[in-house]
Design a protein around this ligand. Structure first.
Ligand code: UFG
Length: 336
């Protein structure tokens, strides 16, 4: 049985990935400082899979704490690195904190992988590395653009760090460029739980529908898109979790073709904000209160993935529809 260290493993994508790992026969160890997640994720994972993952509360941006983690667990075969600050707006207010935390975590993890001769890392990257695309759908080979936020820049810098460290350390890396992860596990035991007012569309929709927020504001309907609202490639978090497990399988089967590989993790379909609202209303039968507001600064107008490379190379393809995403997010919100 292979043992995978999952940093940030009590968070939204982390919990779903730990479930997927355990279901595929991997052993998971979670390292998380619980700054944006809850310890009861462990109970919830155990309820779904019957297995309680090992857990250590640790601030991985702190070198000593990170070293202690790797000294405590001597049998790690691979790492999935989710741990990071992730709020775009907040990163503009606190750029230094974002660089220190997100780069510090990655560097401390890589230093320990080298120290302990751990060969494989899957890193969570983002479609934000592409900026506003010049043509669509967007391929992995498309050059990245200047970042629009410090958060996005930490994702770009992480890919650069992985590029140069994998060339000299013997470590192999896969960077998964996520599009817009939404939805929740079918059990409704795990899902997205943002601190305070949500910045992202899906939790704002479900919190509005349940009565925690008065109305959703659609950020602009005068964009150059069919209905005037921005277009994204929404991906079910369960499909996304699966992509991490398949990436780990790829390493252990020696199928990786470069020291660092990149894959787009989306569905290949672009949906507008109004499409998501309609899907929510259709799948749940709940009417959503929303108004059209001004544009949000920094929003990309439209982006969706070319997923052919991930399909061909990784053997991964998203399975779930937008209606399944919106319904599962609602079931999670109701369970909360
Ligand atoms: N939106 C609204 N109202 C809201 C929230 C969002 O209309 O209350 C719109 C946004 O304007 C955008 C779409 O819904 O058009 C999706 O917005 P999200 O905030 O959910 O997602 P983003 O595409 O802005 O951000 C996501 C990830 C980031 C990542 C970014 C890269 O959350 O981590 O993609 O493009 F950096």
């Amino acid at each position: 049985m292979k043992t995978i260290l999952v940093t940030g493993g009590t968070g939204f994508i982390g919990t779903h990935t730990v479930v997927a790992l355990q279901e595929k026969g991997y052993k998971a160890i979670i390292a998380d400082n619980l700054s944006n997640s809850n310890i009861d994720s462990l109970d919830r994972i155990e309820k779904i899979t019957g297995i309680r993952p090992d857990f250590m509360k640790v601030d991985l941006s702190n070198e000593k704490e990170c070293n202690l983690l790797f000294d405590t667990y001597e049998n790690i075969d691979g790492v999935i690195n989710f741990a990071a600050f992730k709020a775009v707006g907040e990163s503009c207010e606190k750029p230094i904190e974002y660089y220190k935390n997100n780069m510090g975590i990655l560097l401390n993890v890589l230093a320990n992988m080298k120290r302990k001769d751990i060969k494989y890392i899957v890193h969570s990257s983002s479609c934000t590395v592409y900026g506003e695309p010049d043509s669509l759908p967007i391929k992995e080979s498309t050059p990245t653009k200047f970042a629009v936020s410090p958060y996005g820049n930490t994702k770009q810098m992480a890919e650069d760090i992985l590029h140069f460290t994998t060339n000299t350390t013997g470590i192999k890396a896969i960077a998964l460029r996520y599009f817009n992860p939404i939805g929740a596990h079918e059990s409704a035991l795990i899902g997205e739980l943002p601190n305070g007012t949500p910045n992202n569309l899906m939790p704002f929709i479900t919190q509005t529908a349940i009565g925690l927020r008065k109305a959703l504001t659609v950020f602009g309907d005068d964009y150059d898109t069919p209905d005037g609202t921005c277009i994204r490639d929404y991906i079910h978090v369960v499909d996304l979790a699966e992509a991490h497990v398949i990436s780990m399988d790829r390493f252990f089967a020696n199928k990786n073709k470069a020291n660092l590989e990149f894959f787009n993790i989306g569905t290949g379909n672009g949906f507008s904000v109004l499409d998501v609202i309609k899907s929510f209303e259709r799948s749940t039968g709940v009417k959503l209160n929303y108004t059209i507001g001004p544009r949000r600064e920094g929003d990309v107008i439209k982006i969706w993935a070319d997923t052919s490379f991930a399909e061909k190379e990784l053997g991964w393809k998203a399975q779930k529809t937008l209606d399944e995403m919106t319904l599962s997010a609602w079931n999670w919100q109701k369970a909360l």
